[in-house]
Design a protein around this ligand. Structure first.
Ligand code: SF4
Length: 179
């Protein structure tokens, strides 16, 4: 039976063999085994809990295993208001994650400070770490969080295995003073 959600990569096939690009196989594996680290500080975290629970069931996308150790996570999901004092903690968490790592900014607060345009709130986590996908909303519904995860899956599936060694990626990290 053909699995339309996880199509086989393009390649050449014949009786008893199938050949494809290494990047395509690695991308397929990465895409379907993203381990999220939920960095939840307020209400958007509750939406994440709903997203993980049986009705929405993030396990359908291979991400049912939340990691509370950055060293065993490859998807940092930031959900909630991030105070400026929390910025260095978020950054340290990101730095402790191994490559390849992706960042999903969930909700208005994480993405832009949201309604909290105050002296104490970080006006977007992209001021301290690079972000791959932003999910809008206050709060975003679980469907939106899933949509964000699907976008990250798309990035993971199509990313070259050499991207993390590229000058462009190094320059991106350097712009955040991350070595
Ligand atoms: S975006 Fe809205 S729901 Fe999410 S943490 Fe901020 S105030 Fe709460």
């Amino acid at each position: 039976m053909v699995d339309t959600n996880h199509p086989a990569p393009q390649g050449i096939e014949g009786p008893g063999f199938f050949a494809t690009q290494l990047d395509a196989v690695v991308g397929l594996a990465r895409k379907n085994s993203l381990w999220p680290l939920p960095f939840a500080t307020s209400c958007c975290g509750i939406e994440f809990m709903a997203t993980m629970a049986s009705h929405y069931d993030l396990a359908r996308f291979g991400s049912e295993r939340p990691s509370f150790s950055p060293r065993q996570a490859d998807l940092l999901m930031v959900m909630g208001t991030i105070a400026k004092k929390m910025g260095p903690v978020l950054r340290q968490t990101y730095e402790q994650m191994a490559e390849p790592r992706w960042v999903l900014s969930v909700g208005a607060c994480a993405s832009s400070g949201g309604i909290f345009d105050t002296y104490s709130v970080l006006q977007g986590i992209d001021r301290v770490i690079p972000v791959d996908v932003y999910v809008p909303g206050c709060p975003p519904r679980p469907e939106q969080i899933i949509e964000g995860l699907l976008k990250i899956q798309e990035l993971a599936a199509n990313e070259s295995t050499r991207r993390r060694d590229s000058e462009e990626y190094k320059a991106l990290l350097e712009s955040y003073s991350i070595s």
